[in-house]
Design a protein around this ligand. Structure first.
Ligand SMILES: C[S@@+](CC[C@H](N)C(=O)[O-])C[C@H]1O[C@@H](n2cnc3c(N)ncnc32)[C@H](O)[C@@H]1O
Length: 234
């Protein structure tokens, strides 16, 4: 379950509307969890206003939270479903992908990114996923995932920070930047670093650092209203 909506709500940082998209089967499981767990359903009810809340086994649409079952490889179906849930493409929009493009072929992720760039005039995209996958450690990660029937069809674009940025620039996005998670870690407040490093799983510091060097955050924007999105940095 992605808890971002609930964390934003707790911190009073909800956007005008938060959309989550996943395969219909996964969405059905998430909706079941939301329905059966008051700490998940209550914040959705509390933030809802207006017409009655729509909920069935494959979608849920409230005024501030919407979850849609769709395959991201088919953007016209995706767009139709999002618009049914009152997506306003003219509002400044933040698109977040967490280890999802890597499951698509390079052509499929390119077409999704192109669709997003041409649909949202003012937007930022943030992609969190693997990087440096051509080295020995990356190859072991791929083999481990393959053993669990997880095929990374788009892994060739996870070769370097450059290849991650290029994909965004080639598909309609501007001002692309990328940093690996080791760099992100070095920017964390020292109190957080101390707390994290006291955790047991960090006994193997070298392994942790290698893992962090194999994930990155890459972001880019489109800013027809000159909001200054290009200046957003880490
Ligand atoms: C690493 S998980 C991210 C999980 C998400 N942040 C969460 O906590 O639920 C990647 C997700 O992408 C979804 N996914 C992969 N390919 C997809 C596609 N073509 N269309 C829709 N969802 C997809 C998977 O089902 C999985 O839930």
């Amino acid at each position: 379950m992605d808890t971002l909506f609930w964390r934003l709500k707790d911190e009073n940082l909800l956007p005008r509307k938060y959309f989550e998209v996943d395969f219909p089967m996964i969405v059905a499981r998430k909706i079941h969890n939301i329905k059966s767990k008051p700490p998940l359903s209550k914040p959705i009810m509390e933030s809802h206003s207006g017409d009655s809340l729509l909920i069935d086994s494959h979608s849920l649409d409230s005024s501030r939270y919407s979850i849609v079952g769709a395959d991201l490889r088919f953007s016209s179906d995706l767009e139709e479903k999002l618009k049914k849930h009152s997506l306003d493409v003219h509002l400044p929009t933040l698109l977040v992908a967490e280890c999802v493009l890597v499951y698509m072929t390079p052509q499929q992720s390119a077409s999704l990114l192109k669709w997003a760039a041409s649909t949202f005039p003012v937007a930022m995209v943030i992609n969190y996923e693997q990087v440096n996958m051509r080295d020995r450690f990356g190859q072991i990660m791929i083999e481990n995932l393959q053993r669990r029937q997880c095929n990374l069809a788009g892994v060739e674009l996870c070769t370097s920070l450059e290849s991650q940025k290029e994909r965004l620039l080639e598909n309609g996005w501007e001002n692309a930047r990328a940093i690996d998670m080791m760099k992100v870690y070095s920017f964390l407040p020292q109190a957080d670093v101390k707390r994290i490093e006291a955790l047991e799983f960090l006994d193997e510091k070298e392994l942790f650092e290698q893992l962090m060097q194999h994930y990155c955050i890459c972001w880019a924007s489109k800013d027809s209203s000159n909001l200054g999105l290009a200046n957003i940095d880490f």
